[in-house]
Design a protein around this ligand. Structure first.
Ligand SMILES: O=C(O)c1cccc(C(=O)CC[C@H]2O[C@@H](n3cnc4c(=O)[nH]cnc43)[C@H](O)[C@@H]2O)c1
Length: 260
């Protein structure tokens, strides 16, 4: 399984769920774009495996290991980094079976409160399209491809139940929402949206190109709406991410995509 976060603090928050910290915490501030440094829990992991380095890094598990990368901020870098990691794994003869986009995100209020976790049942590119006199038109409506990916239903349900998270659409945006008007417009266009973030759709596109299922998990660090940095609760969200992954990993390990 590959977990793609945006930045190193998110990568380390996920890694902490495995009881270890990345040795590659070279970027620590949120917002600093990290390159894809795979983190592999060393030695015995939740999988019980140990030893062989499946994808060229240290401490990978031979059977079903979990790699966590800081893939960068925004859908384009997230897609490129995730695709590179997926391709490298294929070339090394040990392809990933699941990709998880994970990190902090903005929560639509009152649906997703700060500090809570959200699991995506739809990963939607919310600003990929064109503005017209009649409003926003997605690239799908323009005839150019897809703006949504769907994680496996059973996995979404299992993971949502395991962490007590709400499930709903998670929007991917290239511009963080900073006004109430835009938050309203997004919710009107996507009534099931619970959260927005900046990477999920890119990660999902890379996963889809490899025929690998995708999941997105967001810990809510701030409300979607008027910009208010003082209202951000990043440490709380990172703690929720760690706690959540502690419960999610056993579910992911037990999940078999052919059970769908
Ligand atoms: O300076 C700002 O106003 C500002 C606003 C939003 C995000 C940033 C960042 O540097 C972090 C982007 C990072 O965090 C995820 N994220 C967290 N909350 C949101 C949100 O409300 N809308 C979109 N993305 C969010 C995102 O996935 C990025 O990885 C600075």
């Amino acid at each position: 399984m590959l977990v793609a976060t945006a930045v190193s603090v998110e990568r380390d928050a996920v890694a902490r769920a495995f009881g270890a910290l990345s040795l590659e915490s070279d970027e620590t501030a949120l917002g600093v774009v990290g390159r894809a440094h795979p983190f592999r829990p060393s030695g015995t992991t939740a999988h019980g495996g140990s030893g062989a380095t499946a994808h060229g890094g240290s401490g990978a598990t031979a059977h079903g290991g979990i790699d966590v990368i800081a893939a960068g901020v925004g859908p384009a870098l997230a897609a490129a980094s995730t695709a590179s990691a997926l391709t490298a794994a294929v070339l090394q003869g040990d392809p990933y079976g699941l990709v998880v986009s994970a990190g902090i995100g903005g929560g639509f209020q009152p649906e997703a409160s700060v500090g809570s976790l959200v699991v995506a049942d739809e990963i939607v590119a919310a600003d990929l399209g064109a503005e017209t006199d009649d409003g926003f038109v997605s690239v799908t409506e323009l005839g150019f491809g897809t703006v949504r990916h769907h994680p496996p239903e059973d996995l979404v349900r299992l993971v949502g139940n395991a962490v007590g998270a709400r499930t709903g659409a998670v929007l991917t945006v290239s511009t963080v929402t900073g006004t109430a008007a835009r938050a309203r417009a997004l919710r009107e266009r996507h009534p099931t949206a619970l959260a927005e973030a900046m990477e999920g759709f890119g990660v999902a596109e890379a996963a889809a190109a490899h025929g690998v299922p995708v999941l997105e998990v967001r810990a809510i660090s701030n409300p979607v709406g008027p910009r208010d940095r003082a209202a951000w609760r990043i440490p709380d969200a990172l703690a929720a991410l760690t706690e959540g992954f502690g419960k999610i990993v056993p579910v992911l390990e037990g999940w078999n995509r052919h059970d769908q």
